[in-house]
Ligand binder design. Structure first.
Ligand code: AMP
Ligand code: ZN
Length: 134
């Protein structure tokens, strides 16, 4: 993708604060961090979102997320960790090149992620189960 900023960053055409790099991915510090150490895993090949991500990279990205979470927790001394991955504008995606957020969490950090829990109705449950279990 010619005009994709994360393609350019992932492939080193635009400099970034890089924590890790291999043949498939680059891990960079987010420029608008939710917390100290907030980083992004970027695949080097363009995929707009999880729907477009090849299975092989989808598998590798979770292994890398685990590796980075472990390393960052040791190095930064955080108390917990969120993995966040947004797909589509309604879900909060603003850059349309797949990326996984690595968000270290610290006691009292006041980072806000989340939702107000609703109630699983019988109607929704039946509807969803009938649509998914085919
Ligand atoms: P999302 O809302 O899931 O699409 O996340 C996009 C993330 O990319 C945000 O957390 C931004 O702060 C971050 N971001 C956007 N542009 C850059 C950039 N040039 N370098 C590093 N992070 C960026
Ligand atoms: Zn891209």
């Amino acid at each position: 993708m010619d005009n994709c900023i994360f393609c350019k960053i992932a492939n080193g055409e635009i400099p970034s604060a890089t924590l890790y790099e291999d043949d498939d991915f680059r891990v960079i510090l987010d420029l608008g961090p939710a917390s100290k150490g907030h980083s992004l895993i970027l695949p080097k090949t363009h995929a707009a979102n999880i729907y477009k991500l090849p299975d092989e990279l989808a598998a590798k990205v979770m292994i890398l997320a685990k590796k980075m979470a472990t390393k960052m927790t040791d190095a930064l001394g955080c108390d917990g960790f969120n993995l966040v991955q947004n797909n589509g504008e309604i879900a909060g995606q603003t850059v349309f090149h797949f990326h996984m957020h690595l968000i270290p969490r610290y006691q009292g950090d006041n980072v806000k992620l989340g939702w107000t829990p609703g109630t699983l109705t019988d109607e929704d449950k039946e509807d969803i189960l009938s649509k998914l279990n085919q």
